[in-house]
Write a protein that binds this ligand. Structure first.
Ligand SMILES: Nc1nc2c(c(=O)[nH]1)N[C@H]1C(S)=C(S)[C@@H](COP(=O)(O)OP(=O)(O)OC[C@H]3O[C@@H](n4cnc5c(=O)[nH]c(N)nc54)[C@H](O)[C@@H]3O)O[C@H]1N2
Ligand SMILES: Nc1nc2c(c(=O)[nH]1)N[C@H]1C(S)=C(S)[C@@H](COP(=O)(O)OP(=O)(O)OC[C@H]3O[C@@H](n4cnc5c(=O)[nH]c(N)nc54)[C@H](O)[C@@H]3O)O[C@H]1N2
Ligand code: SF4
Ligand SMILES: [Mo]
Length: 710
């Protein structure tokens, strides 16, 4: 803490959001009130600027709709009628309802549901794991995002951080693959611009002409879900034209012959048919990529959002080893550098407390689990939601709402606001916002560790998630030492402070400086895999995965601290193109002719800030972007209101007729609160709960719909 002027106190913090930028904050406090939150100008990523989502973050803390006290439901489920109660009453109610449920059905009738509403070490993805594992509840498998990419990445190069986004500044050829960086990795973009100014070529591979695509040198429009075919087609050209790095391949990779055989199945003509990309472009991309050293691939999470998404990430991740791009600073690929941080998941999640034989239910199948479509013994009788908003963000939203309406389901929800999900709760518990709590923020987008220190007192009776679970543990009578640790003690145990990357980093130093870079080398010089050093079983980049070759395939569901064994799951050791289920249907084979993709909104962070007038004005209402050739025959004009529908559900939006999408493709954004939309629904009423081939991730991009004017 330092005193800025005589009245303003400046406290260091960091952004809580599930965003690769993890900006460093300065909280400005006057008389105990948060007056402004600014970006730290000294932080190499943040550089003083926040994004449109967090522009008025100080005011967000004082939003009059904030949930400030525990509440109980007093009207019908979903009516939004609640009455204030005390924490004592809330906890006593939970204890008595759970005690009854456990007596009749056992502990597994209780299920948590959590994702990344907050990204902190104490309050984020794993905040409740230790508690629920201790309770013996059903284990919830959290695979909304990244689990397919992460599994693919680990299979290919191991849990390595890979390339640093800051290293893009010295790249000569940058492929932004399935990422709308200007929306979703804004603070990575200046490094791309720096490279561009120094002569680098910027290529964007995206089905949609996004803001990012418009700023690139070359936009390659790809059919969603076909990225593996493109990557394999590039390999076909690179290998057949002998553009690969023989020495690197020989020394630092495994399974070249198998990869070569696979790539031979993907000549450019076939790849063109699959991807919709002209043959000449496939040839040019492959030749330029392999022919330019210091070439980088910035992978977006969107690549995984299809049935074959896992193998697409594997195929893309093989490319820099084939061309030897890893030899050079500014060369390689970035997926998620989070693997550099030395978490101690065993402490954070306590997987050792999971009673043997406990079942696992995937969170994206919440609707089926609640409605009985998934036969369950015991059934789910209580759902505990925190850090997530499944009614908006999970696929198959219609079925989820049906399940949440069950009178016999005892639902508890810890939230900042009464969201579309929270309104179904029986008990609501108020959570703190970032300026009100302590946490360490690490990130999946760069290599700095941050300490977020509380700057103001929590309003009302809000508590951080970590304190919520302490209170619940005491209420349930748990006496383990874990529940007596304070936040600082917990932080000390959540990381391996002696790991080599933590050289010089201590809690005390973080208190002083706010953020520190891991000891992983300087961005302009770093070459983490110049001489192999991959973190796979072989130590090589595995074109043929030894993890997959073992028969019983283990999915590293690291986020929950346990590994899900999927006995008998067979995964091809070599990446392949696995066609999508819906969007690759031949025309006429489906009643729903248009493929809908639903990437991230510019002005909201998933659903967060979508209830703030400033961001609502910036984002505008729910739109769909539709090609004139699809709009015309349906009498849809610019600004018409339309109904988008399929057999799973529907939502309404305003049409933007534009050639930013191709014929047969529409784009909308996920994140608008369903309840604030015209139809009371949003895009996830139409998406399916099918999984990606790896890591049980969602397949939001594989969604066939039709559209009509309303
Ligand atoms: N402004 C903003 N930023 C965010 C978020 C937010 O909600 N708003 N959310 C954060 C989170 S949780 C995440 S995971 C990241 C995600 O950030 P990104 O990785 O950028 O993912 P998306 O925004 O889902 O999609 C990016 C692009 O991929 C395209 N796309 C869709 N399907 C495919 C495909 O099959 N292949 C290819 N090549 N492209 C495809 C879409 O058209 C879109 O333009 O963003 C984070 N940052
Ligand atoms: N169609 C479609 N669906 C998608 C995607 C897509 O691309 N297309 N993307 C998927 C992806 S990548 C992701 S990551 C998920 C995101 O899904 P979610 O993680 O569910 O999304 P958020 O809106 O960020 O956060 C959920 C809630 O957490 C609450 N919250 C925030 N901080 C705290 C806290 O400290 N304590 C408590 N108790 N609650 C808090 C917020 O108020 C918010 O209501 O959505 C997925 N859904
Ligand atoms: S949401 Fe992302 S870009 Fe915006 S302030 Fe937070 S970390 Fe930075
Ligand atoms: Mo995500």
């Amino acid at each position: 803490m330092s005193t800025h002027s005589s009245e303003t106190l400046v406290v260091r913090g960091a952004c809580p959001q599930d965003c690769p930028d993890t900006c460093a904050f300065l909280y400005h406090v006057e008389d105990g009130r948060l007056v402004e939150v600014t970006g730290d100008p000294d932080h190499p990523m943040t550089r003083g600027g926040l994004c449109v989502k967090l522009k008025n973050f100080a005011e967000h803390h004082y939003n009059p709709d904030r949930l400030l006290y525990p509440m109980k439901r007093v009207g019908p489920k979903g009516s939004g009628m609640f009455e204030r109660i005390s924490w004592d009453e809330a906890l006593a109610t939970i204890k008595s309802r759970w005690t009854d449920i456990i007596a009749e059905y056992g502990t597994q009738a209780i299920m948590p549901h959590a994702y990344l509403g907050h990204q902190g070490t104490l309050n984020g993805l794993t905040a409740g794991d230790a508690f629920f594992n201790r309770l013996g509840s059903t284990v919830a498998e959290k695979t909304y995002c990244e689990s397919g990419s992460s599994t693919a990445w680990i299979m290919t190069v191991g849990p390595t951080g890979g390339m640093d986004v800051e290293s893009l500044a010295v790249s000569k050829y940058i492929i932004v693959w399935g990422m709308n960086m200007l929306n979703t990795n804004l603070h990575g973009w200046p490094f791309v611009l720096k490279a561009k100014a120094a002569g680098a070529k910027i290529v964007v591979i995206d089905p949609v002409r996004t803001r990012t695509a418009k700023q690139a040198d070359w936009h390659i429009r790809i059919r969603p879900g076909t990225d593996a075919a493109l990557a394999l087609g590039m390999m076909n050209v690179i290998i057949s034209e002998d553009l690969y790095d023989h020495d690197y391949v020989e020394k630092y990779t495994l399974g070249f012959d198998q990869l070569k055989a696979r790539a031979e199945e993907f000549p450019p003509e076939r790849v063109s048919e699959i991807t919709g990309i002209p043959v000449v472009d496939i040839l040019t991309l492959a030749r330029e990529y392999a022919g330019t050293q210091r070439s980088a691939i910035r992978q977006g999470v969107a690549v995984e959002r299809s049935p074959g998404g896992g193998d697409a990430v594997r195929a893309i991740t093989c490319l820099p080893a084939l061309t030897g791009a890893w030899r050079y600073p500014g060369g390689g690929t970035i997926e998620m550098p989070i693997w550099e941080f030395p978490f101690k998941f065993d402490f954070m999640c306590r997987p050792d407390w999971i009673p043997p034989g406990t079942r696992v239910i995937n969170e994206l199948e919440l609707g089926a689990a609640l409605t009985g479509a998934m036969p369950l013994d015991p059934p789910i009788k209580s759902l505990f939601v925190y850090n997530s908003n499944p009614v908006s963000q999970a696929p198959g939203a219609g079925t989820i709402v049906e399940g949440l309406q069950r009178e016999d389901l005892f639902m508890v929800c810890s939230e900042l606001f009464i969201t579309d999900t929270a309104k179904y709760a029986d008990i609501l518990l108020p959570a703190t916002m970032q300026a009100e709590q302590l946490d360490i923020m690490v990130t999946w987008g760069h290599l700095y560790m941050h300490l977020n220190q509380p700057a103001i007192a929590p309003p009302g009776e809000c508590v951080p998630n970590v304190e919520l679970f302490r209170r619940l543990a005491k209420t349930m009578g748990f006496t383990d030492e874990h529940w007596d640790l304070d936040d600082w003690d917990m932080l000390r145990r959540c990381y391996d402070w002696d790991a080599p990357v933590m050289k010089g980093i201590t809690l005390e130093a973080l208190k002083e400086k706010g953020w520190m870079r891991l000891d992983v080398g300087l961005p302009d010089e770093r070459t983490p895999h110049a001489t192999g050093d991959f973190r796979t079983p072989s130590g090589k980049c595995e074109f043929a995965s030894s993890l997959a070759a073992g028969g019983n395939f283990v999915v590293p569901v690291w986020r929950s601290g346990y590994e899900a064994m999927q006995p008998g799951t067979s995964v091809d050791p070599v990446p392949n193109y696995i066609p999508s289920v819906e969007t690759m249907l031949p025309d006429g084979a489906s009643a729903f002719p248009i493929n809908l993709v639903s990437p991230k909104p510019h002005a909201f962070l998933n659903t967060q800030y979508a209830n703030e007038p400033t961001q609502q004005r910036r984002q505008g209402e729910q739109i769909i972007v539709i090609h004139p050739m699809d709009a015309g025959p349906r009498s849809i004009e610019q600004g018409s209101y339309v109904r988008v529908f399929n057999e799973r559900g529907a939502f309404e939006a305003r049409a933007e007729v534009s050639e930013d999408v191709s014929p047969g493709l529409m784009m909308t954004n996920v994140g608008h609160w369903p309840g604030l939309n015209r139809s009371g629904t949003a895009v996830n009423s139409t998406t399916s709960t099918r999984h990606c081939n790896l890591g049980q991730a969602g397949t939001y991009s594989d969604n066939r719909v039709d559209v009509q004017r309303v």
